[in-house]
Design a protein around this ligand. Structure first.
Ligand SMILES: [Zn+2]
Length: 147
């Protein structure tokens, strides 16, 4: 039997969160954290709602997952996020020692890769999962803002 728990399967859930952000007028970035195929955190960008530039989806997800686990380190966890994390989130992810980061679209301007931000040496990265869907959502969002 084929494993239903693919990167695409979980990224779709992160994209659903990004859609919620979109509907609420937030930059549409969604994130979930998974442990052993179980979703333990489900969040999206809240910078407008909280009036807080640090309220990125990943930051919410890290806090939420740590609360769920009852410990601050996210070893054994995988973060699915629709957009490449920025350097602030990459820094927070570094401290969390998260095992894996799977992201969708690249962010050439503000992403941690172009910024040269280092992740924890034990963190594995997978990129480009449903990247087109995530990028389309961002484009649609910014197009709607220009109207
Ligand atoms: Zn960020």
């Amino acid at each position: 039997m084929e494993n239903p728990f693919t990167h695409e399967y979980f990224m779709k859930k992160a994209l659903q969160e990004a859609e919620v952000a979109f509907e609420q007028g937030e930059i549409p970035v969604g994130a979930i954290i998974v442990v052993e195929n179980r979703v333990i955190a489900r969040t999206h960008n809240l910078t407008e709602l909280l009036n807080d530039v640090t309220a990125h989806a990943e930051m919410q997800a890290i806090t939420s997952a740590a609360n769920f686990i009852g410990g601050k380190y996210l070893k054994g966890c995988t973060l699915y996020v629709t957009l490449e994390p920025c350097q602030m989130c990459a820094g927070a992810l570094y401290w969390s020692q998260i095992s894996k980061i799977v992201f969708g679209a690249r962010d050439d301007q503000r992403g941690f890769m172009s910024m040269g931000t280092k992740l924890h040496p034990k963190t594995e990265v997978v990129s480009g999962v449903l990247a087109q869907e995530a990028a389309d959502l961002m484009l649609r969002f910014f197009a709607s803002k220009r109207k």
